[in-house]
Design a protein around this ligand. Structure first.
Ligand SMILES: [Zn+2]
Length: 167
């Protein structure tokens, strides 16, 4: 890890192409923003983030807070391993039992990422986003924009030709 950004190093082998170097999992630091104090323990935090990936480690501050129990909301930071084929959500829904143990309450926890890889929702791979995707069909707007551009190019060429003809 360099500056908390994972770096992948893999020995190049003949016949290996860049798109195949992509690992299937990716380590990622995720922050659970404004985590209510009653969810501040290792077990809860791990099970919450399990919805999006495999918990690997909590940072030092988070670990200490779990032990100290400050009874205050705050953000917990945990390293998880995500699957590259899945979306990286901005929110996580948590259902926890109320005090009577019968009714469950649902809360939404906002997630923060220091670094989030660019991912294409069409190809389901990291490295480029939907806007720059070469593999997806063009949208109507893009087709329209492309046609306009082609028309302009043609007009330019015709004008140039006219000028050359005059000489
Ligand atoms: Zn793509």
């Amino acid at each position: 890890m360099i500056e908390n950004v994972p770096v992948f190093l893999k020995r190049w082998e003949p016949g290996m192409y860049l798109d195949k170097v992509e690992p299937n999992t990716l380590p990622l630091w995720v922050a659970l923003i404004d985590l209510p104090f009653y969810l501040w323990n290792g077990k809860c935090i791990s099970s919450i983030v399990s919805q999006i990936g495999k918990p690997i480690a909590m940072d030092k501050v988070t670990k200490e807070r779990c032990i100290r129990q400050t009874r205050q909301a705050g953000y917990a930071r945990i390293l998880i391993e995500i699957n590259v084929n899945e979306e990286i959500p901005d929110y996580i829904k948590v259902i926890y039992p109320s005090e009577n143990g019968i009714l469950g309450k649902m809360i939404k926890i906002k997630l923060g990422y220091q670094w989030k890889p660019t991912r294409c929702s069409h190809c389901k791979v990291f490295g480029h986003d939907y806007g720059r995707c070469m593999g997806r069909p063009l949208t109507e707007e893009e087709i329209e924009a492309k046609r306009k551009k082609d028309d302009e190019e043609r007009l330019k060429e015709e004008r140039l030709k006219e000028k050359t003809d005059e000489v």
